[in-house]
Write a protein that binds this ligand. Structure first.
Ligand SMILES: [Ca+2]
Ligand SMILES: [Ca+2]
Ligand SMILES: [Ca+2]
Length: 817
């Protein structure tokens, strides 16, 4: 061992510092082409993907390996237990990072020490006490490989060759549930169909040394262990979002250094990431500013001082339309940025950008480029997300009518989708009792199928705002509430937006009428149908749950079953939510008058009642503090307040007089400062979020406010500003330059999204991705070959209808009617 180390030291001395992995200032191991992160991002449990944490490798710019940690399953799923990091220690002298991990549920502690050893890292597991008996044979050192970057590539385990399978087709066994480590909060991700056994994958390969991607230098990694057996698994056997897992089970009864791996990610000598030329895939109008942002590897020493705009002529020739020096913006996190301004080119045509050897795909300069930006969202994405309807398009049925059995009163419970039902139901219903009339209207939340009441309120609000300001009369959707039937691309003589408002209000009013107030959510009762992928109508069996029947048993009349799959209504009263609903009911009553008078009256009636009751409730001591906070909030002074509240103020302009509009001017001037502050914060000029849900909602809110501010105050907020968010959405952003809106974008929209068809590596047209997920300490990411991380790829009903407002307002500004 000592000799081996000596040789490594000698080798690194010969080949030079830059060739070895070293611990950098941001506390990760780095060499050109390889970053090894050790718990820069830690596990959270439950709702989080848990494919974003532990020991991770960013390999030639792509995060292809994560999940390095002590885990309790061969192929952990989202709700399997995760270790809590109780300590993290960086030792610069030794070039190591040590983390202490703990499973409270099993009183189980371990330590992982990762040490740079030349081009490799050593990962060592230390135990001060042996693995608890209950976890012997279950606890192991795991690491996970991104399937879309490894499938169809070869591997070699010891001397045996294999190929990572494109689809999960390995083997499994079943084991008694009693042997399964507990899942998060005691939830169960699987329905065992009464067998009392869980499925456990068998390894694809077993040995002591593996090289993955022997046929792809940019993905090749060698991992070996002398003291432990390596087992390779396919996590997709249990869950479509599973990764390939390499694992060594910790030995029972031992303490000290119990497992040691040597991990060497191959680096392509002198590798430099290809420049990412950010530009709007939708294209540009002749008059608008046109600035591409070029993202450069820090080792890329500005290979070209200039960039060119090339025009594709209709006779098949290509010519340089414009050339100019690029202008340095500077560093932002791990990359450097330069800008290429070709605003002076106004001639309509087909163009591409060339920077050094990098060429973009083509795009248009034309005054009509924004004409169709909302059509996919309003014609396809939104109607597909209409709940309680059969939805069809051409030859395809998107889903049958979901949840025919209706919704039960939720019992006291803690919920996997961040909801809670207290001991009191706050209703006249007993736990598990059917609340009639709720299976009508409403929109699926996102990639899941629940009705989030807050989001559904937002949807109706967003459509009302769109309608009242822009009156889009587009009719491409047939909606029959009577038949519970929706058909895409079949006009029915009614504006789709009004039908969407009606559909949202139908569910919200039913909640107010049947429950007496707003429910926080209508959601799944069991985790094993919450992660449903496929037709929404098959999530539940459509039969009323009858606990007197045995599970899976159906009553003689065929109307009831013993399967507890019915959805639940979470009914704890929240006066703030009731007030929000009352606000939207008042606006809806105004908009629906003459379209659906009966529903308009019902909405108004509930608005009045809810407002009165909620206001009375808020006088109670429970809510005194909120009221005080609101009163204290001097809501349109200071940059922060203006940024937060200007939109609400702008929304009421149509109802107010000229004096109000004048009074608002200083706030709009402040907002204009806020807009320009982003030019200094990052090279893209928009607010960029760093949370575990990438920031598209904040970006869209910003875009909407900029647009409205320009509409009402064009002398303060200039027209040039309204393109900031469009550029970002349609391709001018870090990591890649694809449009974040599914199918929208000239040549290269994103191709995979986290929608309910994500297992098909597909998208529902018009979906808007959350965007760039930030991984600490310095990495932005948006996978376009792996849909399953909701933080970067899931579109939501609130976000996508926000996009409709943004797009409608942009179209209106660019091409006023
Ligand atoms: Ca949800
Ligand atoms: Ca219609
Ligand atoms: Ca049922």
């Amino acid at each position: 061992m000592r000799r081996y180390l000596f040789m490594l030291v000698l080798a690194s001395a010969v080949t030079g510092y830059a060739q070895d992995l070293t611990l950098n200032d941001l506390e990760y191991f780095e060499r050109q082409g390889v970053n090894v992160l050790v718990f820069s991002n830690s596990f959270n449990g439950g709702f989080n993907d848990e494919k974003n944490s532990g020991i991770e490798v960013i390999h030639h710019g792509v995060r292809t390996v994560q999940g390095g940690a002590i885990r309790l399953n061969n192929t952990p799923e989202q709700w399997d237990l995760v270790p809590k990091m109780t300590n993290r220690k960086v030792d610069r002298e030794k070039g190591s990072i040590e983390v202490a991990l703990r499973y409270d549920d099993y009183d189980f502690d371990s330590r992982i020490v990762v040490t740079a050893k030349g081009k490799a890292v050593e990962i060592a597991v230390w135990l001060d006490k042996p693995v608890p008996a209950k976890l012997a044979g279950e606890a192991g050192l795991n690491i996970e490989f991104l399937p879309s970057q490894y499938w169809l590539k070869t591997y070699q385990m010891d001397n045996r060759l294999g190929r990572f399978p494109r689809y999960a087709t390995s083997q499994t066994i079943t084991r008694p549930n009693s042997e399964k480590p507990r899942q998060f909060k005691g939830f169960k991700t699987y329905d065992d169909r009464g067998t009392n056994r869980f499925v456990d994958p068998l390894p694809l390969e077993t040995g002591h040394s593996i090289t993955v991607a022997t046929d792809a230098p940019e993905r090749m990694i060698r991992i070996s262990s002398e003291d432990a057996e390596l087992k390779l698994y396919d996590g997709r056997m249990l869950a479509q979002n599973g990764w390939f897992v390499l694992r060594s089970v910790l030995p029972a009864g031992k303490t000290g250094k119990v497992v040691t791996w040597t991990v060497e990610p191959h680096a392509i000598p002198g590798w430099i990431r290809e420049p990412n030329i950010g530009f709007s895939q939708v294209g540009y109008t002749p008059e608008q500013p046109k600035v591409a942002v070029i993202e450069l590897d820090k080792n890329d020493l500005v290979q070209a001082g200039s960039a060119s705009l090339m025009r594709l002529n209709p006779d098949g020739t290509t010519e340089e339309a414009f050339k100019s020096d690029v202008i340095s913006w500077g560093p932002y996190y791990k990359y450097n940025y330069v800008k290429f301004d070709f605003s002076s080119v106004r001639q309509p045509g087909v163009y591409y950008i060339q920077y050094g050897k990098t060429k973009t795909n083509d795009f248009l300069i034309d005054e009509h480029v924004y004409d169709k930006i909302t059509d996919a969202t309003t014609d396809v994405w939104v109607p597909i997300h209409m709940n309680h309807m059969y939805v069809t398009e051409g030859y395809r049925t998107w889903h049958g009518e979901p949840f025919k059995e209706g919704y039960l009163q939720a019992p006291e419970s803690d919920h996997f989708d961040l909801h809670r039902q207290g001991k009191n139901t706050d209703t006249k219903y007993k736990p598990y009792e059917l609340i009639p009339g709720l299976n009508v209207g409403g929109f699926f939340d996102a990639g899941d199928f629940d009705i989030e009441t807050g989001s559904n309120i937002n949807v109706v609000q967003n459509f009302i705002r769109t309608w009242e300001l822009f009156h889009p009369k587009r009719d491409e959707t047939f909606v029959s509430q009577e038949q519970r039937y929706v058909e895409l691309h079949r006009p029915d003589g009614k504006p789709d937006i009004l039908q969407f408002i009606e559909h949202g209000v139908l569910n919200l009013v039913a909640q107010a009428e049947q429950i007496g107030h707003m429910s926080s959510t209508l959601s799944n009762s069991v985790l094993d149908n919450y992660h449903h992928l496929g037709d929404a109508a098959s999530i539940t069996d459509g039969l009323h749950y009858d606990p007197s029947l045995k599970p899976y048993e159906v009553s003689a009349d065929g109307k009831r079953s013993g399967t507890p799959d019915d959805m639940w209504a979470f009914t704890n009263r929240n006066p703030r939510l009731d007030l929000q609903a009352a606000g939207v009911f008042t606006s809806a009553a105004r908009v629906l008058k003459g379209f659906n008078d009966e529903l308009a009256d019902r909405a108004q009636k509930q608005a009045d009642r809810l407002r009165q009751e909620a206001t009375a409730l808020q006088r109670g001591p429970r809510f005194r503090r909120d009221r005080q906070a609101e009163a204290d909030n001097d809501w349109l002074t200071g940059l922060g307040n203006v940024a937060r509240n200007l939109q609400t103020a702008l929304d009421s302009i149509p109802m107010k007089d000229e004096a109000y509009k004048q009074k608002l001017r200083p706030a709009v001037e402040k907002y204009n400062e806020y807009i320009h502050s982003f030019d200094k914060q990052n090279p893209y000029g928009v607010p960029i979020g760093l949370g575990n849900w990438a920031g598209v909602n904040a970006v869209l809110n910003f875009g909407i406010t900029v647009n409205y501010a320009h509409i009402y105050y064009p002398d303060i907020v200039s027209k040039d500003e309204v393109y900031r968010v469009a550029n970002w959405l349609y391709g001018c952003h870090p990591y890649h330059n694809y449009s974040f809106v599914a199918v929208v974008g000239a040549a290269r929209p994103k191709q995979v999204f986290y929608g309910n068809n994500r297992a098909d590596f597909s998208a529902i047209p018009g979906n808007v991705a959350p965007g760039l997920l930030f991984r600490k300490p310095d990495h932005f990411e948006n996978y376009d070959d792996w849909p399953f991380l909701w933080g970067q790829n899931e579109g939501t009903i609130a976000g996508n209808t926000q996009y409709v407002i943004f797009g409608s307002s942009l179209k209106n500004i660019v091409a006023p009617k």
